[in-house]
Design a binder for this molecule. Sequence first.
Ligand SMILES: Cc1cc2nc3c(=O)[nH]c(=O)nc-3n(C[C@H](O)[C@H](O)[C@H](O)COP(=O)(O)OP(=O)(O)OC[C@H]3O[C@@H](n4cnc5c(N)ncnc54)[C@H](O)[C@@H]3O)c2cc1C
Length: 441
Amino acid sequence: MIEFSAKTREKELQSSSGQAFDVLVIGGGIIGAGVANTLSQAGISVILVEMGDFASGTSSGSSKLIHGGLRYLAQGRFRLTRNLLKERNYLMRKTDLVKPINFDILIGPGMFGRFEIRIGLMLYRILGGGKHSAYTKNNGIFPDSVKGYYTYKDCITDDALLTVSNIVSAHMNGAVCLNYVKYTGSSVINDENVAKLKDMVSGNYITIRYRVLVNCAGAWIDDVLGHEKIGNFRLSKGIHLIYPREVYRRESAAVVKSKVDGRQMFIIPRGQVVIVGTTDDFVDSPDNWNITESERDYVIKSLSFISAGISREKIIGEYSGIRTLLGSGNNPGKMSRDFSVLRKNNVFTVIGGKVTDYRRVSRKTAILVSKYLKKKRVSGALPRIDYKPDLNDRVSSAIKYECAIFPDDVVKRRSSVYYFDPESTNLVNETALKLLNPISE
Ligand SMILES: Cc1cc2nc3c(=O)[nH]c(=O)nc-3n(C[C@H](O)[C@H](O)[C@H](O)COP(=O)(O)OP(=O)(O)OC[C@H]3O[C@@H](n4cnc5c(N)ncnc54)[C@H](O)[C@@H]3O)c2cc1C
């Protein structure tokens, strides 16, 4: 295994200074990670910079589903659902990081209708979703207002680990991938594009040269471009609340209509916890990640009819994420979850793109970039995940092979550690802290 750590980061930061790369990728979320992975596997030289830790943006704040989106079907977005299901099926086959889970979709007055869901699930199956169960009457496992449910399969993942695994794979294929390095702007010097990068750990700057810039900065795509705004997107925040497992004992996840406004929401059991959410509200700033009382209230009022434990008192954790939605709609729930790649001169900007769809987004972007560079063609099999994380020794692997710099990186990337054992004081053990301390000084 190739070392990818704080030590190698320092070396690569120094050796990149003044160097020329084919492509500069901005953003170490799932989209930037996938793009860097695809390009490096196609033999194109890449440097990726991430201003925080890898996956510290929305790519660790999603619902962690790899799914076709039954909701998108109801909106008539058949092609998107078909594409997402193809991706889901591919990832389920090819990586241990994506696992199937049953979803109960609840039927009853003020909830989903039986007929509507049967048709929806039939279509889902035709588009690649797989067989669903027969209608099951509620025999006391749900509150009386739920008349029954259908069960179908979709998948869950660890979004942060999927992102980091793509970053490590890109690194294994020769890409320079730097966390805690912020892109601060570009200039043209002697006909070459020169980017100024700030090392957020030391505060020092380096410059590098590049031919193409790929802007995968998620909610910050406009900020990266400075005064040249893109305009054709809106930002929407979603929050999740975390509860102990006892609040919802079923093995299957539940798809539920909100009691407040009828939106589709999820209750997702994960190990010793349950994740519930999410919200979908426009925000004006990419930095507006804080969770408000009214957002918590909304989730609780929407879902507490399923379990009284979904209450203020029992919350043990929470997180948020910001979606970049394509277009200019005025209802975030109705805006497309598809993506677009825009080009202006040698700058490509990715708008949108779900975790489920990251391979398709990455490949499309990489194909456009490679054509522009007049380089090798990007094949349909890319990106591959070459890195196989050791799921039994997460702390050591994060430090040695996944370039965790600070103790918090290990914990946050593996946020499930918080959720799986919220009482534990042994989140990052003594050995790990010893290893990490010299690095974080
Ligand atoms: C609440 C919620 C739930 C979701 N649930 C699902 C789901 O279940 N399944 C699914 O498939 N999708 C889901 N999505 C969508 C999915 O999570 C996002 O579309 C995806 O994570 C976006 O990835 P990204 O790489 O574009 O953005 P990000 O992960 O935000 O990455 C962008 C990165 O760019 C970095 N950056 C910004 N500016 C700079 C700079 N100047 N220099 C260096 N770095 C910079 C940021 O720090 C950030 O890490 C959900 C989204 C939300 C909000």
